[in-house]
Design a protein around this ligand. Structure first.
Ligand SMILES: C[S@@+](CC[C@H](N)C(=O)[O-])C[C@H]1O[C@@H](n2cnc3c(N)ncnc32)[C@H](O)[C@@H]1O
Length: 280
């Protein structure tokens, strides 16, 4: 990790998760697919399983990061200066706070993750940036996020929030009703806020089925969704143009840009879909 500007506040998190390195963990497997070093052998095996089904897995992960950065830049340029990034992952290239602060140096970010290794990496670094914190809390328990002392300290819920659930929803089966958690979170954000989501696409391409198979084999979770199912997670909020699309075709800052046809994309470019919605 090269970024030394992120740190937890040192306050006790309200949620205390398991820490098990005998099984692959989402954060570390994802880090391994991105070519990071914050992972164990069991995670690298998980990443290798994914590569068996999705040869372009690394590029697909990078594609998700591209969806993350484009969305953050767009939301920051709309004047939002506080971000709640749920399912933060391990620090990697251009993280949310860097993308946001490149637009507005005063932007504040609270990263939330339920894997304590993410917090450990943050806390292992020296605080240089008072405007970025990492909190351990769980998407499945919205009050663990909304009532977390670091979230309370950093995010003013009377002002617009950039709520991010990027690269995370695919890990929950529809029966878990992830929409209920999202509803609780977006309800806590005032009008003028944005909801930024990326998820695994299901538009009938074989690589998408491969992605689901690979996740289920490597992690035991990771499901693909039709664009309609992904859109339902925006809770009826209007999507900003160009709506939901593959990151290669998704330019919220240039919605009229000419983009390649879906059938001309490489298979790894059809794994992820990204969208940003606005709370009026
Ligand atoms: C695939 S990574 C995505 C990282 C980053 N958002 C991105 O898109 O590049 C998913 C992250 O979500 C975290 N996560 C998994 N389940 C979670 C939960 N229930 N609550 C909060 N974070 C969770 C994992 O630990 C992991 O760091």
């Amino acid at each position: 990790m090269s970024d030394d500007s992120v740190v937890g506040s040192g306050e006790d998190p309200p949620y205390v998760p398991d820490f098990d390195i005998s099984k692959p963990a989402i954060a570390r497997v994802y880090d391994a697919t991105l070519g990071g070093k914050d992972n164990f052998a069991v995670d690298r095996e998980g990443a290798a399983t994914m590569a068996k089904y999705v040869p372009g897995i690394r590029k697909a992960s990078l594609d998700n990061r591209s969806g993350l950065v484009k969305g953050v830049r767009y939301v920051a340029r709309q004047g939002v200066d506080q971000f709640l990034d749920i399912g933060a992952g391990l620090p990697t290239m251009e993280n949310t706070h860097q993308a946001a602060q490149a637009v507005n140096p005063d932007a504040r970010v609270v990263y939330v993750d339920n894997d304590p290794i993410v917090l450990a990496h943050g806390r292992a670094l020296l605080a240089r940036d008072e405007s970025t914190l990492i909190a351990t809390a769980d998407l499945r328990d919205p009050p663990s996020i909304l009532n977390h002392p670091d979230v309370q300290k950093m995010i003013d819920f009377d002002r617009p929030v950039g709520l991010m659930i990027v690269g995370l929803l695919m890990h929950f089966h529809p029966d878990e009703r992830p929409g209920d958690w999202i509803r609780a979170l977006i309800d806590a954000c005032p009008s003028g806020s944005y909801l930024h989501i990326t998820d695994f696409a299901n538009t009938g391409y074989p690589e998408q089925e491969g992605m689901e198979k690979s996740c289920l084999e490597a992690l035991g979770n990771g499901w693909i969704r039709t664009p309609e199912q992904i859109e339902a997670h925006f809770q009826g909020l209007p999507l900003v143009p160009p709506g939901l699309d593959y990151p290669t075709r998704w330019f919220p800052e240039e919605p009229d840009k000419e983009v390649p046809a879906v059938e001309d994309l490489e298979p790894w470019q059809r794994i992820i879909m990204a969208g940003v919605a606005y709370k009026e």
